[in-house]
Design a protein around this ligand. Structure first.
Ligand SMILES: [Mn+2]
Length: 355
């Protein structure tokens, strides 16, 4: 029998946002990519992680946790009607991640072994292979993001480890003549080719600063784990402004409000803002299974307060990523936190697009 294809307004009329999730789409929404103002790109990739693995499961676990998120958001009424769609996970990406993750483990073992001519040659070979695999991933991310950016979608990348947004930021740079990055993170990620790997999760902002000319400033917040070389970089590079976790906390102990500190952060940012959100920027009680957890960090509402304030200041959140979300064997707590955070972030960003 002929079945009439539902239009977007049919779907909206048939949908009750107060019910439990009925549809398979992320957050239980019924929309396809064309009908959605927000597109999520899952990138289950963690080839270069050096400590806990598990972030490759991030997108899937966030999708599973998303069905529990309530769709009502007073900051953006009827936000769900704008539509959110998550791309299907690319099976090649999953396969290559597994394959090169294994090679990386062999490589990390060799790093701990005595240097012989044979080991040196082996390491050089693996480095080349891993760098090429990461380049392939970056190109795939860039192409996929560009496809949706050209359709004027709000695009968000869901990692994977923190190396995954590099191609996305390149795609953003091609669409915007000037923008800045707000990086929420425990780590500075300014290491040059960490452990010899050019596209390491710990090197992403080093690469971005080197390669992306239209970036006006990198503003880092929550940083609390860094080496001396990275510290020097934050102090001497004209395009980097770092709000260390320690300095933020001390200012607050002396009585400065978070509101005032947010104003100082916002003043550093361009009118176009890309957010790179490493979940380990939060207090590790909110992300105990992330790749490299560090004591300290933010509450979720503290970050959402900052993002709302950015939008109220008139600046635009042009795109964002959420990375390093992992789940443990016992629970999916990290994904539960991330799914709620993701929904609020989408709505806050959408509000900056709706003016
Ligand atoms: Mn990071």
């Amino acid at each position: 029998m002929f079945k009439k294809k539902l239009t977007k307004s049919d779907k909206i009329n048939n949908f009750n946002p107060n019910y439990a999730a009925l549809y398979d789409g992320i957050f239980g929404l019924p929309f396809n990519a064309d009908e959605s103002n927000t597109i999520l790109i899952p990138v289950p990739w963690e080839v270069t992680v050096s400590y806990h693995s598990g972030t490759a499961k991030g997108p899937e676990s966030i999708l599973n946790a998303s069905y529990q998120v309530d769709l009502f958001d007073p900051f953006l009424e009827e936000a769900w009607k704008l539509g959110i769609y998550i791309e299907k996970i690319n099976p090649h990406l999953l396969k290559k991640n597994k394959q090169y993750r294994k090679k990386a483990e062999t490589y990390f073992d060799l790093l701990n072994k005595k240097e012989t001519i044979q080991n040196k040659r082996k390491k050089q070979l693996i480095i080349r292979e891993i760098n090429n695999a990461c380049k392939w991933m970056n190109q795939w991310v860039k192409n996929t993001a560009t496809h949706y950016l050209r359709r004027n979608k709000l695009v968000s990348l869901i990692g994977g480890d923190h190396s995954t947004p590099y191609g996305f930021i390149q795609a953003i740079a091609e669409q915007h003549r000037h923008f800045s990055i707000l990086q929420i993170d425990a780590h500075a990620d300014l290491r040059k080719a960490y452990q010899g790997l050019q596209f390491s999760h710990a090197s992403i902002m080093y690469n971005v600063i080197q390669d992306i000319q239209s970036l006006t400033k990198l503003v880092q917040i929550g940083i609390r784990d860094y080496c001396e070389e990275e510290y020097q970089h934050t102090q001497s590079h004209p395009k980097i402004k770092t709000f260390f976790d320690k300095d933020i906390k001390q200012a607050m102990y002396y009585g400065e409000s978070w509101d005032r500190i947010c104003s100082r952060i916002i003043k550093e940012l361009d009118d176009n803002i890309y957010i790179s959100f490493d979940i380990d920027g939060l207090d590790p009680k909110l992300c105990p299974n992330t790749g490299t957890p560090v004591a300290g960090g933010f509450e979720t509402e503290q970050i959402l307060f900052l993002l709302e304030k950015i939008v109220l200041s008139g600046k635009k959140i042009i795109a964002f990523d959420l990375n390093e979300v992992a789940t443990g064997k016992e629970n999916e707590w990290d994904a539960n936190v991330a799914a709620r955070l993701l929904y609020r972030m989408i709505n806050i960003a959408q509000k900056s697009w709706s003016r």
